[in-house]
Structures are given as C-alpha cells and as structure tokens.
Design a protein around this ligand. Structure first.
Ligand code: ZN
Length: 133
C-alpha cells in the first residue's frame, strides 16, 4: 500500500469516530452503520504548490566589461609565468570600472590587479570561465 492509501484509511477511521460521536449526540433517521458506510472517502484531492521553474540567467559578456574579479569556482590558470585568479565579471560597467554589484562590494578585487586575499592558492586548475584573454 502506498502512502495515500494509508492516509485514506486513517482519515476513514477518524471519520468513523466522528460519526459515532455525532450519532451519539444527536438523533438521525438511519442507523450508525449507514452513516459510516456512506461517508467514507476513497481518494484525496491534493493541492500542490506550483513548482517554480528555475531559470538560469546567462550573462552576455559585456563590451564595456566590469573589471571585478569573480570567484569562478576558484579558478586558477597559468598564463605564461603569471597566474590568472578567478574570472572577470561579465556584466557591464556602470558609472565606474565596475558593474552595479561590484560598485557595492569587491571581495576578490580588480581582475587586472593583484588578489586581495590568498583564497585562490589552494586551487590550481584549468581556467573554465570564458575570459576571452
Ligand atoms: Zn561586476
């Protein structure tokens, strides 16, 4: 038996108890068994929350590109004798070198300057982001 069958059985048991209670309290035309037999449920109508479809926004790489460094899954790539840490943000600059998000916060610094922390040091893997550099 599946979950809903158990649930329907339990609900029917509870309905029977309620009918017995009501029947003992008030007077009715037919027998107790009649009301129990005629007030059973055999299915449930379940109301599910509509599932929200997650849409993954893809950012087009802006021409006027924000200069912030983003984490990019901790990407570290070797570029000649230098290392490239993270990825460059793909959004457009807004009134400065950075996009609206990176105007507010710049946790990984400017992509063209040195990294302000050493969190990338434990990652040395192939650069997976599309930096076009
Ligand atoms: Zn940005």
């Amino acid at each position: 038996m599946d979950f809903h069958s158990f649930l329907i059985d339990e609900i029917n048991n509870e309905i029977s108890k309620k009918i017995e209670y009501i029947y003992s309290k008030y007077k009715f035309k037919y027998t107790l068994e009649y009301y129990i037999q005629n007030n059973k449920i055999d299915s449930l109508v379940l109301y599910e929350e509509p599932k929200k479809i997650k849409t993954h926004k893809k950012h087009k790489i802006a021409e006027n590109r924000c200069e912030a460094r983003v984490w990019g899954n901790g990407n570290v790539a070797k570029n000649g004798n230098n290392y490239i840490y993270g990825c460059q943000c793909k959004r457009s600059k807004v009134h400065s070198k950075y996009c609206n998000i990176h105007n507010k916060t710049l946790p990984h610094g400017n992509f063209f300057e040195s990294v302000p922390h050493d969190h990338f040091e434990k990652y040395l893997r192939k650069l997976q982001c599309n930096n076009n550099i």
